[in-house]
Design a protein. Structure first.
Length: 277
């Protein structure tokens, strides 16, 4: 698989990592993006981010020739306790061997707090050898980073050594439904450090997530451009997740069967491979 491509563990919501990592290995995945995202995966707490847990995950990855460069640990960096929560994620990600932590910036309501503590957040990231990649959200709540057009002004106000952009086109479809997605994504290519490909399809009352090549927009065309530009990307395929008509996430009551998840991941990787010839 292309060395620029990671696969997120979000596809396996409901399974433990002792199941997830060998399953990804069966799919040929060497670059793992760990996903600890509230509302996207089963419940966890900041107390789970221990050195022992990171060491166990790293040892298991080593068995399968895997590594982790990108860690998804989304929080709102405008919260009063954001520094402590970010520090837990940066420390854990660094212990896994990652260099990037993907998170949200802040809702517009919390923008003032975010910018006031931005230097503190940057210092935390630097202390752990981490770069913070801010992601456009998908929940419909106005954010300081709603779409690609917001990224330029946002980064001008931040330490460019500590902060960058992770662009998620799947989130854009729910968050800014009136915006042309491929055009917005191409604008983001000029400034983003990393992309999430999260193919989705519209239902009458919301959005479902599907394999690459089966989505509502031409994700394959975007993937082809990203691959040929050498842009790092991750397949974030949260098959158990859905969004309602108001862009709020909800999850199936039961995890998907493991063979269904593996089949969809393999189809997505085959689609990527066909684009990279």
């Amino acid at each position: 698989m292309n060395s620029y491509v990671s696969v997120s563990t979000a596809a396996y919501d409901g399974y433990g990592f002792h199941t997830i990592l060998p399953s990804l290995a069966r799919c040929g995945v060497k670059n793992v993006e760990f996903a600890f995202i509230d509302g996207y995966v089963e419940a966890f707490t900041d107390g789970d981010f221990t050195e022992a847990f990171a060491s166990a995950l790293k040892d298991e990855m080593r068995q399968y020739g895997q590594e982790c460069r990108y860690f998804s640990g989304h929080i709102d960096l405008g919260m009063e306790n954001a520094a402590a929560r970010l520090e837990a994620r940066c420390r854990f990600a660094a212990s896994l061997g990652a260099s990037f932590v993907i998170t949200n910036a802040a809702t517009c309501e919390r923008a003032g707090t975010f910018f006031r503590q931005a230097d503190t957040l940057a210092a935390i990231a630097r202390d752990h050898g981490i770069r913070i990649l801010l992601e456009n959200p998908g929940n419909g709540v106005p954010n300081v980073l709603d779409h690609a057009g917001d990224a330029y002004g946002l980064l001008e106000r931040l330490d460019s050594q500590a902060f960058g952009i992770n662009y998620d086109i799947g989130n854009l479809l729910a968050h800014c439904p009136g915006r042309e997605p491929l055009g917005d994504a191409r604008e983001a290519m000029r400034i983003a450090d990393h992309f999430h490909l999260k193919p989705c399809t519209r239902r009458g009352d919301g959005i479902d997530f599907v394999a690459l090549g089966e989505g509502y927009i031409d994700d394959a065309a975007l993937a082809s451009e990203l691959l040929h530009q050498g842009m790092p990307l991750s397949l974030e395929l949260p098959f158990r997740l859905h969004r309602d008509a108001n862009a709020q996430p909800w999850r199936d009551e039961q995890p998907l069967p493991l063979d269904v998840i593996e089949s969809r991941i393999c189809r997505s990787l085959e689609e990527l491979a066909s684009l990279n010839k």
